[in-house]
Design a protein around this ligand. Structure first.
Ligand code: HEM
Length: 408
């Protein structure tokens, strides 16, 4: 069977194609992607902790003849190659250990009141308008404010951060059809590194109550990290901390608006928000695929994945596998046994999961509660043309306008 992830109907709704792949060709060679596509839940979990599948897709990518002579790609590779997410043990273990010491559930939980405050401020700006773009006015803005504050980036630096990070997404998100994407991404990366290099230096001289000071401190306690690894980690946290969370809030609200019964149930019982966010992550999560590179020949469903081949591990497909989830295409906010893999699985399981969950819960609950009559505005949705991220460019909604109120 053929699977074309660049087809507009597949970008808008990839799930029918995933179901066919699961049933007919669970280890699918895609000529278009020049890689294997793995879609079954059991295979996805196995792949995500299989040591024969490397997370270092940067080294082979920058060595490829099509980009070998491109200085922008080489520079991007040099820095992204230091990101925990693109490393295998032992470097992965070392980098991850450092992040784990500062990115704890306790550190995240301390942010709860501040996240409520930011959500309130953002919603207060639209409540009397009766319309908003969920992405531009809300979901796009919350995560970057939160992670920037965590990292200690002052408010005046945030817009710039967001702009740099959007450029960087052109590289990481495999944006299809953007000709100057590497040049723009390299510029965003270089500017962010310069910025963080200065902040790291400043925190070394004078620590504050922020994540960068904590990273610097952990590194000084014997974390064995180079200055450049520290700077690259700051860029990663800033970057990883918002694109996906934006799409959790965007996709989550879109799924609820397309399922009025679920929306009504959540409105009637706000205590559902915890399991609701898990179900929204399962139903239409922000990450479509994790890419791995085979280090050895691996046989899967009778096919041989050769050493050096790329493997697209499709977490969103796994989350709709009928072999694992009853009625997988049904949005069920009270679903029991919801072991989705939206945050990955195994050693690379998302560091930011507690933060993403908290932001998603506060944001979605507040939007549902505070915007009466919330409904989709008419019009077509444009989905991001990406194999990695899943989300819409904008999500116009309507609701009954009302004067500003304080937090409920
Ligand atoms: C809903 C939002 C999010 C989703 C769906 C998500 C998803 C993921 C997934 C699937 C992975 C595994 C990557 C792999 O196996 O190669 C991952 C790793 C990671 N995520 Fe997230 N993420 C989210 C939010 C965040 C946030 C808020 C942060 C930090 C501020 C973050 C930081 C990271 C980091 C640093 C890794 C690398 C972990 C490692 O390689 O050991 N993520 N994320």
């Amino acid at each position: 069977m053929s699977y074309d992830p660049s087809r507009p109907d597949v970008i808008a709704d990839p799930y029918p194609a995933f179901r066919l792949l699961q049933a007919q060709d669970p280890a699918h060679w895609s000529g278009i992607l020049r890689g294997w596509v793995v879609t079954r839940y059991a295979d996805v979990k196995t792949a995500l902790h299989d040591r024969r599948l490397s997370s270092d897709r940067i080294t082979p990518f920058v060595a490829h003849e099509s980009v070998r002579g491109c200085p922008h790609v080489q520079e991007l590779g040099r820095i992204a190659g230091r990101w925990v997410v693109f490393n295998d043990p032992p470097a992965h273990t070392r980098l991850r250990g450092l992040i784990n010491t500062v990115f704890t559930s306790r550190a995240v939980e301390r942010l709860r009141p501040r996240i409520h405050e930011i959500v309130d401020e953002l919603l207060a700006q639209v409540t009397d308008r009766g319309t908003m773009d969920v992405i531009g006015d809300f979901a796009y803005r919350l995560p970057v404010i939160v992670i920037a504050e965590m990292l200690g980036v002052p408010p005046e630096g945030r817009e710039q951060m967001k702009a740099w990070s959007d450029e960087l997404a052109l590289f990481i998100g495999s944006a299809l059809g953007t000709p100057d994407k590497y040049e723009r991404a390299a510029r965003g990366m270089a500017d962010m590194c310069t910025y963080f290099r200065e902040v790291v230096g400043a925190r070394r001289r004078q620590p504050r109550e922020d994540l960068i000071s904590a990273l610097v401190d952990a590194e000084q306690q014997g974390g064995q990290l180079s200055e450049e690894e520290l700077v690259a980690t700051c860029v990663l946290l800033l970057f990883a901390g918002h694109e996906t969370t934006t799409n959790l809030i965007g996709n989550g609200l879109l799924s609820l608006l397309r399922h009025p019964d679920a929306l009504a149930a959540l409105r009637a019982d706000p205590s559902l928000i915890g399991p609701a966010v898990e179900e929204l992550l399962r139903y239409d999560g922000p990450t479509q695929a994790q890419v791995r590179v085979a280090l050895d020949d691996i046989v899967l469903h009778g096919k041989t994945i050769r050493a050096g081949d790329r493997v697209f591990v499709m977490v969103n497909a796994a989350n709709r596998d009928p072999a694992r989830f009853d009625e997988p295409d049904r949005l069920d906010l009270t679903r029991a046994d919801n072991a989705h893999v939206a945050f990955g699985y195994g050693a690379h399981f998302c560091v930011g999961a507690p933060l993403a969950r908290l932001e998603g819960q506060v944001a979605i609950a507040a939007a549902v509660r505070r915007l009466p009559g919330l409904a989709l505005a008419p019009g077509e949705l444009t989905w991001l043309p990406s194999m990695v991220f899943r989300g819409v460019r904008s999500l116009p909604v309507m609701f009954r306008p009302f004067a500003r109120t304080s937090r409920l």
